[in-house]
Ligand binder design. Structure first.
Ligand code: CDV
Length: 316
């Protein structure tokens, strides 16, 4: 019997500032029901899936910022999602802003969790590649303040065995998908599928001349290359559409280990995208072109972990 996993990417349309957690969770619940009706066993929700993408606003009052964070998970508001998923035997990935007390310190992370089909949280990830800036830029049409509101994740890139076939699942968040290191670390830990959520503005606030079509092209380029270069399935789920007037691109996609997009969203609204994944498909890639044990040359990759930025060093 081949190992298969039917997965659904549950894309969210906009969540406005005024929308309550309860109304958002009701939308997630509806999409989980839709995924269940299609026979899916795994549902991937977006990054920061419970609120608007609040890093676009400069806020000085920490109490105001903290309204976008979750101090517990499941919370009373999200519990219906956990209970429904458990009753249906469906696992899920959920992104949210995490507020935690650790060693007497208040900490804030851009976090995602993997919840197993038995309703238990099996894995947590805290976003490593935080894009944007930390200072107020009043001349900018909007802010991208992930560097102000979150700490850099401290849990690394991990994988977990999930579902009845012990499928090895990794997770990351949004900007992480643009960094090959993200996927290679999980690939080296045996990942067979990597899931992620994202909120990507259609325009590049740091490069206003970049045309919007390139944003979706770079998104696809990143996840397709990551899938092929590691022989893994990649599921990438957007929060999309005009949120409080700011446009986030869609492009939710399920990518096969061959690098091909096999299913994608057609809207920038709540939309469930499903695919029945053959978990054996990546094996030939992982055993031939990207047989890591046979072909990798880490002795030549040292700079990747030793150096962060570019230092010009011509060999002539
Ligand atoms: N939420 C994100 O991480 N967004 C970034 C934007 C800022 C480029 C992304 O990589 O999509």
């Amino acid at each position: 019997m081949s190992r298969r996993l039917k997965v659904s990417a549950a894309q969210l349309g906009p969540i406005h500032r005024a929308d309550s957690r309860k109304s958002v969770v009701a939308r997630l619940v509806e999409m989980l029901k839709e995924a269940d009706s299609r026979g899916s066993k795994f549902v991937v929700f977006p990054e920061l899936a419970l609120t608007t993408f609040f890093p676009r606003w400069w806020m000085e009052d920490q109490a105001e910022v903290d309204k976008y964070f979750e101090a517990q998970m499941p919370s009373p508001e999200t519990l219906p999602l956990f209970e429904l998923a458990r009753s249906k035997g469906i696992g899920f990935y959920l992104g949210y802003a995490e507020l935690t007390e650790e060693e007497g310190k208040t900490r804030r992370f851009n976090t995602s969790i993997l919840v197993g089909p038995d309703g238990r949280t099996v894995g947590k990830y805290r976003k490593v590649h935080l894009p944007g800036h930390a200072e107020h830029r009043p001349a900018s049409p909007y802010q991208h303040l992930e560097k102000k509101y979150f700490e850099v994740g401290d849990l690394g890139f991990n994988v977990w065995k999930m579902f009845k076939d012990d499928i090895i699942v990794g997770q990351c968040i949004c900007n992480d998908r643009r960094w090959p290191e993200t996927f290679r670390v999980m690939g080296l830990k045996g990942a067979e599928m990597v899931v992620l959520g994202y909120n990507t503005p259609t325009d590049n606030v740091y490069a206003p001349k970049e045309p919007p079509y390139l944003r979706v092209f770079h998104h696809n380029l990143s996840i397709q290359a990551a899938a092929y270069q590691n022989g893994i399935w990649v599921v990438a789920t957007a929060k999309a559409g005009k949120e409080d007037g700011f446009w986030l691109h869609g492009g939710t996609a399920i990518v096969a280990p061959t690098g091909e997009i096999v299913a994608k969203s057609n809207t920038e609204e709540d939309e469930v995208v499903s695919y029945d994944c053959d978990m054996e498909l990546g094996e030939y890639i992982r055993n031939t072109t990207f047989n890591f044990a046979k072909h990798r040359r880490p002795e030549h990759y040292k700079l990747i972990v030793e150096r962060t930025g570019v230092k010009v060093e011509p060999s002539n």
